[in-house]
Design a protein around this ligand. Structure first.
Ligand code: F0G
Length: 468
């Protein structure tokens, strides 16, 4: 690459700005201003990369691909490999654990279960802290370093916390995490403790923790690393680039993700949109979001939207009705007031995808089926395969279409859930419309419990035979 082209490509990063996504406001702020929402109207912020500067850059795709074989630490990261589209200078103090570069698996059993000819699973659980959060934390913590923050803070259902704790440790920043007490998988909590974070267990749910975060946002030495922070989204959007690369730049018909606080779906929407505007693809995949039935504010809102011919931003509603007491065993997405719902809804409307719910039983069974493909994931991730099954049944997805589900976390993130499912002891506290609670037993349709076998060869062979 000539120096002139290199400089132009880099300028896209340094000339980026923060912009309010509310169409009537669209206020612009400097790229190094420490803000998380629009200072004028309180709306969500998004990083604007000057794509025009990059349109004249030849061979972007080839350059990104070639970096995968280089020894520059930034090139070993599946996020920084795409740095032309990131809002940083070339000499930014990159904090990386070599995130990204995750596998795209073919999953024949899950495909059959979901009613498809083929299904691919993009496993973001294969990141350094075993969830998709790492792709966003590398950029957020790099920005924290640039701004000279002393402490990085987040609210979390577990994975954001584990990821921030690790990246803050790498960056030698203090880290504090706010967790809903007793509602986090012990495996995730263990990670945060090991990475040295100050763990604050809050007597409340995730949404309460998030409210506390917004109160901390005006302390200059504190840097907020939740996905309300647009620098998180910048890293996470690169998953769209990497996925397209793995698909040989043939756009899948559908990309399906779980929905919690809605950073992931927002980021994928932004990633695909930028690549389209750069002219590297000629259409967008339909982005669909799947929520757990008991924690599904955006699916409820989506169901109430009037179908409109145009998916213009102006059709976005102003408010979302939160779910006061979110419930699901998929604790990662036990969220009643998603912060990034506007960006996520915009991505779904633009791409003509869907937002649906699945039940606890559907999540549990889909998770076990993914396991049978030899892949495995945490419960929240399995909403995707459960959701695809429903979308296929309702003809929103056709059997022969190309579909990618994004698995967001590793199977070992929640071993208690897995064990209970297979032993037939998984249960869920459900609340009926009149407020009465009842315990619902989840049946292990794909149960695989251990059995006691006598310590001899015959007993083992007999056991194998009986379960063939
Ligand atoms: N899947 C997993 C495994 C998650 O941990 C999360 C979110 C989601 C899906 C939903 O993604 O929030 O971008 O819509 N976990 C956050 C956390 C909230 O604190 O770890 P989202």
């Amino acid at each position: 690459m000539s120096d002139a082209i290199a400089k132009t490509a880099q300028k896209a990063g340094t000339n980026a700005a923060q912009r309010c996504i509310v169409p009537g406001c669209a206020a612009q702020f400097g790229i190094r201003e420490q803000i998380y929402v629009c200072r004028r109207c309180g709306g969500p912020l998004e990083i604007e990369i000057p794509l025009d500067l990059l349109k004249s850059t030849p061979d972007l795709r080839e350059r990104w691909q070639a970096r995968a074989a280089s020894h520059d630490p930034r090139d070993n990261s599946g996020v920084w490999r795409f740095r032309e589209l990131l809002p940083f200078d070339d000499d930014a103090p990159v904090v990386t654990l070599f995130e990204g570069n995750t596998p795209l698996y073919d999953a024949p059993r899950s495909a059959k279960y979901a009613g498809l000819t083929a299904l691919r699973l993009k496993h973001q659980g294969c990141n350094p802290t075993a969830s998709f959060k790492d792709t966003g934390m590398t950029t957020a913590v790099t920005q924290a370093k640039l701004l000279g923050a002393r402490t990085a803070v987040c609210a979390s259902t577990g994975n954001t916390a584990a990821s921030l704790a690790a990246y803050a440790a790498r960056a030698e920043l203090q880290c504090a995490i706010l967790l809903p007490q007793g509602q986090i998988s012990p495996a995730k909590l263990a990670q945060s403790m090991d990475y040295g974070a100050v763990v604050c267990e809050i007597n409340g749910n995730f949404d309460d923790c998030m409210r506390l975060i917004s109160e901390l946002a005006d302390v200059p030495s504190i840097y907020i690393a939740n996905s309300v922070n647009p620098f998180r989204i910048e890293g996470q959007k690169t998953v769209a680039f990497e996925l397209l690369e793995q698909c040989g730049w043939r756009v899948p018909d559908h990309v399906v993700v779980p929905g919690g606080n809605m950073g992931n779906s927002s980021a994928l929407g932004k990633g695909f949109d930028e690549i389209l505007r750069l002219g590297l693809i000629d259409r967008l995949p339909k982005i669909s979001i799947v929520q757990a039935e008991g924690s599904a504010p955006l699916a409820h809102l989506f169901a109430g939207l009037k179908p409109s011919g145009s998916a213009a931003d102006a059709t976005l509603p102003d408010d979302i009705e939160p779910v006061a007491t979110p419930r699901t065993l998929a604790t990662a997405i036990k969220i009643g007031a998603p912060v990034s719902w506007k960006k996520a809804l915009r991505a779904v409307l633009r791409t003509r995808g869907s937002i649906i719910t699945v039940t606890e039983q559907e999540i549990a069974d889909a998770k076990a089926v993914i396991g049978r493909d030899g892949i495995g994931c945490e419960p929240a991730s399995a909403t995707t395969v459960a959701g695809i099954r429903k979308l296929t049944a309702s003809n929103k997805i056709h059997a022969g279409e190309s579909v990618v589900a994004v698995l967001t976390g590793h199977v070992l993130k929640d071993p208690d859930y897995v064990s209970h499912y297979h032993r037939g002891t998984l249960s869920f506290e459900s609340v009926t419309a009149d407020g009465t609670a009842k315990t619902v037993q989840i049946t292990g349709a794909f149960r695989n419990a251990p059995e006691k076998v006598a310590a001899n060869k015959e007993a083992i062979l007999k056991s194998l035979e009986s379960r063939r």
